[in-house]
Design a protein. Sequence first.
Lengths: 446, 821
Amino acid sequence: MKNKSWHLDRRTFLMGTGVSLGLPWLDCMAASVPKDSQAKRFCAMYFGFGVSLPDEKSEQAKWRWFPKGEGKEYQFNDSLAPLETFRDRLTVLGGLSHPHGRKMGAHDTADTFLTGALMNEKSLNNTVSLDQVLAKANGDQTRFSSLVMSTDGGVGEPTRSSTLSYDAKGRPVPALNQPRRIFERFFGVGDADSIAERRRLKSQSVMLDRVLDNARSLRRQLGKQDQDKFDEYLSSVREIEERVETSQRWLEIPRRELRDEELQMLKLDSDENAPFAFIRTMYDLLYLAFRTDSVRVATYQITNMADGSSKAGKFPQLEGFKDSLHTLAHAWDKPEGAEILGKWDRLMTEQLSHFLERLASAQDQNGAILDNTLVLYGSSNSNTHNNNNYPLILAGGQNLGLKHGRYLKIEDKVPLSNLFVTMLDCMGTKRESFADSTGDLSELRS
Amino acid sequence: MVNDSKLLRLAILGAMSLSAMSFSLFAQEVAQTGRSFGETVLPIVRSHCSSCHGLQKQEGDFRIDSLATDFNADPKVAEQWQRILKALEKGEMPPEGAKPLRSAKRKKFKDAIAREVDDSIQKIGKNGTHSVPRRLNRVEYANTMRDLLGLDMDYGRDLPTDPPSQDGFYNNGQSLQMSAEQLQCYLDTARRAMDKVIVNGPAPKVFKHEFNKCNVGGWKGDVELSNRLGRQQEFIVKVVGDYPEEGEFVIRVKLSANLKQDIGFPLLEVSLGYRPDTEILFGEVALVEITDPTIEDARSTPEESKGEGESHHEPLEQVVELRGRVENFPLPVRGQGKFPGLVIKIRNAYDDGSPLPKGKKEKENGNKWVYPEEPNLPTLQIHSVEFEGPIFDQWPPLMHRQILFDSEQRNTDEKAYVAEVLHRFMSKAYRQPVEHSEVDRLLDFFISIRPEFPTFEETIRETLSMVLISPRFLYLMVPSNKDSGIDDSALAARLSFFLWSTMPDNELSEHATQGQLRDSDRMSQQVERMLKDDRSTQFVEQFTDQWLNIDKLENISVSPERFKGFDDRIKKEMRRETQQFFKYLLDQDLSAMNLLRSDFVVINEKMAKHYGIGGVWGDRFREVEVEPTLHRGGLLGQASLLLSNSTGRDSHPVRRAVWIRDRLLNDPPSPPPADVPTLKEADPNFGQLSVREQLEIHRSTDSCSRCHRSLDPWGIALENFDAVGRWRVEPIDATAIFPGGRKVEGFEQLREHLVSEYASQFAGSLVSRLLTYALGRKLELSDQPTVNKLTAEFAADGYQLKSLIQNVVKTSAFQYLGTAG
């Protein structure tokens, strides 16, 4: 907590106040909550297995994901054509990848897209992801510190992760995947003036304190290895304790309500059996979370590389394609395969374009939300089995210092983490380095 | 961790750049591990291994020359050398083309390693193998909450999906992590449940309504609304007014079934939901097969003689009573939407698979759909449907009274009463005796929050919610005291989560309290009882799903153009087939070798149709003998695994092969290396080649062939089956050549090959997987003696699953007395 002036001892307040409401301390807490005058947002979207990359000279060249040309002089091929209207508000990045990723199994790199860690037989431990660094640094400015979404939900298994986000210790942050649940959590009936809600939070705080006390004494009875495992529990308790503090603080600040047309556009009952409706709903929820300034950091794993064990594996088939995503991706280098995968790439781009449109159409104090948001979109395969030359789009964030309108081909020895260093800087969370970075990508700002 | 000073860097030795320091380390090392290991192993490593697994190159990401050799320092040392031992035993190393290892030298090398590894296993075994505190997984949590509270609720609704372990299990303590998100869900779920379990206020008014005919107009879709239900009719009624939005309800369907010869029974499907503007949302209440108990029906037992012609008596009128909780279904928001009301939909879900007759809209009849009768199909006649809710035995309901029991004390000494309430509830929730100090701490919480809450009941709800997020509820834990083994109540919990995926019942707890579970006979009786109990279905389902990975079925999308008319609902039946097959072997004490090859299948009507087997009617799974011409019998002929290891369009020999090697033989191939080169297709028509031919090209590529040569044949021999597991009518070459030249032609020969060459490996594999599931942890090297012993007993008992289970729970690994026994 940065602002000591309102940092009251929780226990004192809880035990001392009884049920009286409208306490002055709450006002003082509310007053000290930073305004969203410098709202800087970040979101990252990921898809698995890469894209269609037929040779530029082949007949299928128009299905090549990367554009023709370079620098400012480039033309979108068909896969990215739906982004034409945002040409000046985005940069296509070629050549980047995580050096560690190149040493990992062909399908193992979804976990490390935002972390840059090395995961292999010797160690399946991940490290902190870009979004969680941001969430940790600035998460207290909004009601929720981050929004983590994916199609499969939960965490998946190491190397077949179903989340993009990892906490400071490299532990996966479970992703939400049910639109209705996300809606309820982020936009549910405002409990701002509900006595029950306040009571609930109060008692929860006392409860967690005690749970922690009890658990600590239980911990002492365990062996060393058990203790390590048990610490997961303890840190989870501590973390929700902190959240309770945040929630109590936000309780006094009314939630921003959704407009009727926004409520109507949400298809909360959609699920992974109707992929496009589902993806659009997830994007819409993400947009609304930004629009209402409920959160400023978000990740969304649209598809992953768990193939058969993933709900996303059959997305193309459910939308009328012949094969699963993995099979489509495998066939990119066959004549008709390049076109089929290209068409899939394009449909995914349309979804992104829709999302960018929403962000562009909504305003905060500093202009269009899009211009105050870093939107990273991409995969950790160029085409299937190749962990290099990630297809990447960085959109938005012009008010945060980005210069757009180019297709940048970057030397393949430059680690993707260099981009992350620049993004952290744009977000006002300056770090000398991130993971295996060797510098930054200053060309994005010039 | 290995102490760095004890690492023996053979590379340095090999390079002859010995410093005095490392030399002295070497001397010390040899002294500790015995002269023969160093002397035998070093020269061979240097001459045969380190050129590919050394300083310069690390093929397969494996470096041998930096391995530690102090087996006493860390159990991991033995594991690494065990890996080398396995590669030697399987003849994988040295690989073809490398400098061969003469057999005498090979033996010396192997023996030296084996001796150290065995020694090490003995030593580790004495210290006991470790098992970490294990969080209940989603299924276990939901079952446990239900059994603890007596409330049927969708407890798993908000919980993040659990991750499987690397060997496919969802109950592995190491992979089941905890996070703030997860814990918050537990708390929210506990509060949601306690709100329902502990009631306050007067009994709610009961709503009751009976319907005799459909009462909705302009229903979306093209069904015929009717009381007589064939394939294209539905009975739909809308409940309006003061229907409950929470609590248990009952739907009573009065109906009679019109049964037909040589065909299945009608399937009553009841669902509950509503219709918002754009779609129709329903949740299934139940799917019940309607038979007529007054008619002797031979259809469910096809081997017996058929019944004698059409039965002449009037169809029996019967009442089917179904229960659920209203809030578990999609509910309309009161006062909103164009189509208010709670809708009950009743269908006859029986479908013989024949083409559906075309219907027409009747102009004179309000533009309603009408379909021709199908006289050969069984129908249901709905006489009435009654909806009643909320229902309860008395007020407050039993689940409430079980916690807030009647007592004088409640009015005279609230504190003492609450202490007793908490004590009872905690003992049950923690599956262990609870100390008074623990109760006191919780009582203290109750007292501290009591003034904040308006009612006693609300305070109790909140207090009990705290119990439900305690680690003692959420985790299965064992104390660190290794000498005494786990205490009896922890053993009871382990047993019930193994066989029931839920908490122990009263009888089992009772035995634990009385300290009787250590008695081998008592233990056996309990296992016997538990396996007979319905809850053991959980074991059958969870274990077969996870061991065989057949839940993956749901994620395979079957190509509608390739398989016209494929009904996705059959996937559930496929999964059930495998589960029921396993259950049949378990219940009937048949040999587990039937999993590899059997002369019978366990199927129901739907699966029989899928396989083209005639004369099997109804939903019930039963044993059916199969002729060789039907090409079934054993796991390899089951659609569940064939489909889940296909692309949904084509068979996928590599996936099927990996499945056999991993799941049946416990010998998973190494994962493909990083950045596999794409196949530079020499053949421009690569895309047009058959899978088999593509694989041949695959195997001729150097970097692929090393693994695929020994892998692919397993899947190729199953090419007789298409993606959805049907026997192919078109001719196909399913001839597989294993390394060494062994030729296996198709499914039948593959089964023979497995039974004749791999029976003991399969048995060992099944034992390992069952033990892994029972212990909720990955097996370690030190478990090897336990696996070996169990496998020997398994074989001696004629591979009966029940005796295997009996033996598993008696191992010291399960009872946590160390693993030496």
